[in-house]
Design a protein around this ligand. Structure first.
Ligand SMILES: NC(=O)c1ccc[n+]([C@@H]2O[C@H](COP(=O)([O-])OP(=O)(O)OC[C@H]3O[C@@H](n4cnc5c(N)ncnc54)[C@H](OP(=O)(O)O)[C@@H]3O)[C@@H](O)[C@H]2O)c1
Length: 263
């Protein structure tokens, strides 16, 4: 069983739970009877969602207000969860944002923050909670990567590179721990309707409607894939069908095409 059974003192820690995929992970895990710890910066949203989930599903839902770019606060998370009497049985590394545009014109600080949120925070939280899972012989980490990590993306260079890191890191660690009862699953969505592209103009917004899926489908396939112990999950039939082109098309053909599409 790649997902531990729900337990009174266990929780699913979900980063970026105040909107989009993170909030949907919280809803779907709670509906399956799991207690959830909801991490993000916007406290009001977390409190509202936590109350909703407890009322609807009778599970323990804890808001955990934290800016993952604040190293001190982030490094205290294991201690903070333990202080609440909670053991992290499932970790969903999901919080993120996406920059777009040519790198030479980019907001440098946003690029660095994106890298720290999508790479450093994923690694730090995995380092905090994976050893406990291995010691118990049970647990699951879902790292939300992206199909953007399947190839370099001109006009979203930093985002795609960060997602390639999440994917590669997940696959390698999964190979290390799968025989020890723990799954590390990389969820690689294509475009999903969320708040992600509201903050920064992003070329993905130009992709045709057929490429997009809804958050509930994305998360359902992500949880079911992790429950089956899958290393990589690409939600949506149409996205899965296109994935080999992204992954294996020769770069000398792919890069000029994508550069023109995303310019
Ligand atoms: N939507 C897509 O098309 C798509 C496709 C592939 C992969 N993804 C990935 O899916 C993940 C979730 O994105 P989404 O689409 O659900 O976007 P979203 O609706 O914008 O949600 C992003 C979440 O990240 C949190 N967050 C941002 N900065 C944070 C920080 N410094 N500390 C703590 N939390 C922070 C936000 O909460 P606060 O602002 O309250 O902190 C929010 O809850 C991201 O990793 C994204 O790259 C999305």
């Amino acid at each position: 069983m790649a997902l531990p059974e729900p337990a009174a003192d266990g929780t699913v820690l979900i980063t970026g739970a105040s909107s989009g995929l993170g909030a949907e992970f919280a809803r779907q895990f709670a509906a399956r009877g799991y207690g959830v710890a909801l991490l993000a910066r916007r406290e009001e949203r977390l409190r509202t969602l936590a109350s909703e989930l407890t009322a609807r599903h009778g599970v323990r839902a804890e808001p955990v207000v934290c800016d993952l770019l604040d190293v001190e606060a982030r490094d205290r998370l294991r201690e903070r969860l333990a202080g609440l009497g909670l053991r992290v049985d499932v970790l969903v590394n999901n919080a993120g944002f996406a920059t777009g545009g040519a790198f030479h014109e980019a907001d440098y600080q946003a690029e660095i923050d994106q890298l720290r949120l999508l790479c450093e925070a994923y690694v730090t939280l995995t380092a905090q909670f994976l050893p406990g899972m291995v010691a118990r012989g049970s647990g699951c980490v879902i790292n939300v990567a992206s199909t953007a990590g399947f190839q370099p993306l001109p006009h979203s260079a930093g985002y795609a590179a960060a997602k390639a890191h999440a994917l590669s890191f997940s696959e390698a660690v999964h190979a290390e721990v799968r025989r020890l009862g723990v799954t590390v699953s990389a969820l690689c969505p294509g475009p999903v309707h969320t708040e992600l592209f509201e903050k920064y103009d992003h070329p993905v917004e130009r992709l045709p409607g057929i490429a997009w899926i809804h958050a509930d489908q994305c998360v359902r396939e992500g949880i079911e894939g992790a429950a089956r112990g899958k290393r990589v999950v690409v939600p949506g039939l149409q996205v899965r069908a296109g994935a080999p082109f992204a992954r294996y098309m020769p770069r000398f053909v792919q890069l000029p095409l994508v550069e023109r599409l995303f310019r």
